[in-house]
Design a protein around this ligand. Sequence first.
Ligand code: TEU
Length: 559
Amino acid sequence: MTRTWWKEAVIYQVYPRSFRDSDGDGIGDLKGIEEKLDYLKELGVDVIWLGPVYKSPNDDYGYDVSDYYQIMDEFGSMEDWTSLCSEIHRRGMKIMMDIILNHTSDEHAWFQASKAPGDNNKYRDYYFWNEGRSGGEPNNWESFFGGSAWKHDEEARAYYLHLFSAKQPDLNWSNQALRQEMYSMMRFWLEKGVDAFRLDAVNLLVKPGEWQDAEPAGPDQCLAPCGHLIANGDGIHDIFQEMNDEVFSRYPMFTVAEMAGVSAEEGLLYTDAARKELDSIIYFEHMDVDNGPGGRWETIPFSLPAFKQIITRWQLTLQGKGWIGLYLNNHDQPRVVSRWGNDTRYRVESAKMFATCIQMLQGSPYIYQGEEIGMTNIWFDNIQDYRDVETLNFYRIECEINGRSHDEVMQDIYHKSRDNARTPMQWDDSANAGFSEATPWINVNPNYREINVANALADPSSVWHYYRELIRLRKRHEVIVYGEYKPLLEEHPDVFAYQRTLGDEILIVVTNFSADEQTVALDAPPTKPALLLSNYPAAEEPLDSQHLRPFEARIYLIR
Ligand code: TEU
């Protein structure tokens, strides 16, 4: 397997709005991120993924871009961005920008211009305008954020397609001029010194030529009803090959594509180095295991066997050819300690266990801000305290249209709202958790007095110190990056164990996903394994007789 810097890298995701507010308006900003670079360096991360910072009306907090060449007012200026970029580089770290290609804001100049009907309006074809069907929407497609995926516009006298919010019209990638605009935009940022791109929702770029109705989504279908008609559309690989040729191949950069609704086989097609498309993928399948038949708002119990099967399938399918991003948290997902772990008695143990399990797999680990101190979900009583467009739409549709009660809908929101992960970073126990001098744009989690960076740094047994140790291990042992994956104890309902092999070295990872003790027996190796790291005081136990405590994780090395 080819060795490259980005396979060895650990990536830290910053959600700029909630990281650190330097100018006292309650909203995080670029200067605030710059203030905290030493903190990130100390943790040991290599790449900083900056959520979208472009000019935006913030319907979807930056994922609705109105100008790709300017910085959002609340976040600062282009000078601030340049300064942040050079300060990241000065510390030997790299910067990843979030690139949004599937849609723009409805306030983008292209969309505004596209409204004028007429054959000689070149922007008309940048989006999907449609006259509709018998006085209504062109078809029955629903948007990911609820309601129809079509909205009528008076001025344009037509409907436009929006797979996400109504303020995020989808772009038409069959238009060559649009593609060239996007390639120029990407080169603009690369010329400024950007080292990596996270490409937002890019397996949706190709839309089917016909607007046929969608069948209702099935149990294994976690996209909105139209998702399966759109994901991985015909010709999508040609687009990435072209993008690679026009942009990626010209810079010493790496790409990670965010793709929901992709199987491991498809994931390999996108990332197989020989095909020259994308370097790596962030897939969703393992995060969807607790989604019910009704989709992501319906929560069913977490099944470790189902989770293990998915992880193993992806590890084995891409082995030696493709590459993945490893993650359990991001700005779209609830916090994993609250979701599948234990955010009370075993918060620290379960946070460390999840980190061990995910980071020792093959791929590049992603750490989402606050994960490194074991931040948890939030439970606001009042829907007015939520900010996320997806959550607010869901609440309105469920209460007003489907007639469900406030209490019932709030239970779904507590489980799955994206705002669980978007509350301000908890720096210390001062007012507003040290995030801002002003009232934050979204409330801080009341547990900040206990769970915060200052406490975590001061306590050698904290989640933070464990994360730093995991990152150090990665730098020390190549087997963690390049070792071949093999699942162990595949049928076990509560323990996830696997091994990684590189040359004469074998890494064994054993993790207990339950709050109960578990006893397991692994094959005894010819030489005595060394315990590299554990989230409990070390137990001198042979591999064939492992007594795991609640949420215990162990990493062994055999040479
Ligand atoms: O997410 C794409 C995506 O697939 C989402 O629909 C995801 O499934 C959803 O957020 C789960 O609730 C990306 C961004 O990460 C997300 O924040 C944006 O809202 C979305 O694209 C639109 O740009």
